[in-house]
Design a binder for this molecule. Sequence first.
Ligand code: FEO
Length: 396
Amino acid sequence: METTEIKENVHWIGAVDWNVRDFHGYSVWKGTTYNAYLVMDEKVALFDTVKKTSMAEFRKHLSQLIDPPKIDYIIVNHVEMDHSGCLPEIMELVKPEKLICSLMGKKALLDHFHREDWPYEVVKTGQSINLGKKTVEFIETRMLHWPDSMFSYIKEDGLLISSDAFGQHWATSQRFDDEVDGPELMAHAAKYYANILLLYSPLVQKLLTKVQELGLEINMIAPDHGLIWRTSPDKIIAAYDKWSKQEPLDKAVIIYDTMWHSTEQMARAIYDGLLIHGVNVKLMNLRVNHRSDVMTELLDAKAVIFGSPTLNNGILPRLADILAYIKGLKPKNKIGAAFGSFGWSGEAVGVLNKAMEDMKIEVIDPGVKVKNVPTEDQLKECYALGSKIGQAITSA
Ligand code: FEO
C-alpha cells in the first residue's frame, strides 16, 4: 500500500488493518483503516497517527514522503488509541515544534501518555494556524465521539479532516468513495453511525447546524477510518442529518434467541403478522447475528420486538448482551413488544418489557408467553401481535 495525494500537497499516509475483526464489541468483518494525513507546505503538519500495531506501515509511509524530523506540527484531532497509539514513538522521531490539540485533547493526552514535557498548543473552535499557502482552522466537536474530538479544516482546499466522524470500518486498497461500490460504502457508513455515533445524535444535529453557520465550503471529507469522500461529501452529510434525526421507516426488527425452537416458532408467526402490513421485517436470531449488525438494522426501524425463553427466572444471555448494548446507544422513536416460551415460571417477557421501558421504547402490548411448545392458537396470538405492531407502524 502506497501513500496517496488527496489534494495538492496533502497526503493520506495511514495504515490498512485487514485482520482486525473486533473493535471493542463492534464487528469489523471487513477490517478497517487508520487514516493519517500529511500536509507539506512551508510548514509540514501531520494530522493524527495510527494504532500501535500498524506502526511499521505508518512509518514506512511517512518516510516515503519526508524525513520525519522535518515535520513541524503534529495535530491530534482525537486521542483514542487507534489514532494515537504510535504517538509516543512518532514524538521521539519527529520532535515537533508544536503538538496541537483541543483543551480536552491535552487532558486526554496527559491521561494516556503522562508526558508533561510535550510541546502542547491548545486550540479552540475558530482558531487557525498558517502553514504557508494553506490555513488550518479548528472546530471542536466535543463528544463526537470523545470529549477531545475536533475537526481540522483546510480552507484553501475545502478539505475537512473529520476525525472519526463520517468514517467507515472497511479495509480497502482504494482511498476514495468513487472507487468503491456505493451501496456497500453507505452500508458501512450506516453501521458505523449506528454503533458509534447514534447516542450523540442530538450533538450531530447541532454540529451540522454549526458547520452551516461557519459557512465552510466542503468539497472533500477525509475521515480517520475508511474511504475519503471526494465525490460525495454532500451525500454523507445528508445521511448524517437523516440518521441523527432518527425518523424511522416502516420497518420492524425481531430480535430473539431460542432454546428448543418454541420462541423461534413464535418469532416466525409474529413475522408473518407484520408482513401483511407491507412492513420491512428483519428476523434476527442472536445466535447468528452479531450485536452490531442488529444495531445497524435498528437504526431506521420503527419497531423492535424482543423474544427470549425464560432461563433461570430471567432471559437468555444473548438477550442480556444486546439489551445492554442497545441501551447504551439510546435509540429513539421506537415502539416495542416482547414474547417468549417458558417451562414453569415465565419471567422473560416481563424482564424484556421492563428493559424496553428503561430504554424509553414504547411497549404497545403486554406480549405473548407460551408454556413449553406453542399450540396453533398460541401461534395465532403471535400472528395477531405481529399484525398489531404492523398496524401501529403503518398508521404512525
Ligand atoms: Fe477511531 Fe474514536 O477512534
